[in-house]
Design a protein around this ligand. Structure first.
Ligand code: CAA
Ligand code: NAD
Length: 283
């Protein structure tokens, strides 16, 4: 099987980046979300990010135009084309929402297509359920998708070798470097990254240092491109909290308890960049 048509479900921070990178590499892309308004914002974001690449001489204006031409937006999964070869789900990090989407899609999409989830932490085996477990896989992109090279590829319990090989090759065709991991909470990336971010939030909560000082220590001391609190804002504090909860419940270990300050900020709607305010303010 060759993958030509890709559908991306969810057009938020990650979904628009995933659509962008497939469109840029000549795949035919359907980008799906709940409303035309959300999809129009996503399209504007893709357009701005393409302009940024053109300004940096990374792509030509013609490629930018062709990329936008390769992406069509679809309001509601009921209107998705059943002939898509690969479905990549990138909706909120909530197992019920994701499972519901895959259950609906398994009745619509042709049976030989691959189902992938961009989940940050949730079990691929559990998401696959009874949909098509041999053709179900984790395809975990990093934010910002057009820039970051890694795709963490997660094998569920029943993922076939054929599915794994196809997704590995497909990741290479879009200029990414696939790394294979197995299905445990948070996989590798967030099992290691998220406790560091949570600890940075605890350090702020316990008044060990200011937010600026915490970020500066990690940037200058460890050569991280962004401090952990800036990175948390960049990822989305709701996403960080959801991931910590998956680690906490998945391992049944108190070392993964989310910091109360993180919970309070999410309750207050301070989600980071996407809401205009998190640890820092954004225009
Ligand atoms: N498309 C989308 N966003 C882009 C982009 C592109 N082509 N190029 C840059 N960006 C983003 C930046 O975040 C930032 O936004 P604003 O301009 O709107 O403020 C801006 O664009 C910075 O642009 P720069 O040109 O200054 O970029 P830079 O060279 O300084 O690098 C960066 C920016 C690549 C994001 C760098 O800061 C970095 O590597 N940060 C760490 C990123 C990281 O750790 N990502 C992984 C997060 S964890 C994850 O993704 C997994 C999970 O499950 C949570
Ligand atoms: P986001 O909140 O920015 O976007 C989620 C999108 O899903 C929204 O546009 C929402 O309208 C849409 N959505 C919700 N229910 C839907 C439905 N039933 N049908 C269609 N669309 C629906 O979230 P995000 O940060 O893009 O995260 C998406 C997924 O990617 C999560 O699983 C997250 O853990 C994972 N992820 C996030 C990051 C990150 O840095 N933010 C990195 C890697 C992976």
């Amino acid at each position: 099987m060759t993958i030509r048509k890709v559908a991306v479900i969810g057009a938020g921070t990650m979904g628009n980046g995933i659509a962008h990178i497939f469109g840029q590499n000549n795949y035919s892309v359907q980008l799906v979300d709940l409303s035309d308004e959300i999809l129009s914002t996503a399209r504007n974001t893709i357009s701005k990010n393409l302009e940024r690449q053109v300004k940096k001489n990374l792509i030509t204006p013609e490629t930018a135009e062709a990329t936008l031409g390769n992406i069509i937006t679809v309001p509601g999964i009921d209107n998705i084309d059943k002939e898509n070869d690969l479905i990549i789900e990138a909706v909120v990090e909530k197992i019920d929402v994701k499972r519901n989407i895959f259950n609906i899609l398994s009745n619509i999409i042709k049976p030989d297509s691959i189902f992938a989830s961009n989940t940050s932490s949730i079990s691929i085996t559990e998401l696959a359920g009874k949909t098509r477990p041999d053709k179900f896989i984790g395809m975990h992109f990093m934010n910002p998708v057009p820039v970051m090279k890694l795709v963490e590829i997660i094998r569920g319990y029943s993922t076939s070798n054929e599915t794994y090989e196809l997704i590995k090759q497909t990741s290479e065709t879009i200029g990414k470097t696939p790394v294979e991991v197995y299905d445990y909470p948070g996989f590798i990336s967030n099992r290691i990254l998220m406790p560091m971010i949570n600890e940075a939030i605890f350090s702020l909560y316990e008044h060990v240092a200011t937010k600026e000082a915490i970020d500066e220590v990690m940037k200058l001391g460890m050569n991280h491109p962004m401090g952990p609190l800036t990175l948390a804002d960049f990822i989305g504090l709701d996403v960080c909290l959801d991931i910590m909860n998956v680690l906490y419940h998945g391992f049944n270990d108190s070392k993964y308890r989310p910091c109360p300050l993180l919970k309070k900020m999410v309750d207050a709607g301070k989600l980071g960049r996407k809401s205009g305010e998190g640890f820092y303010q954004y225009r």
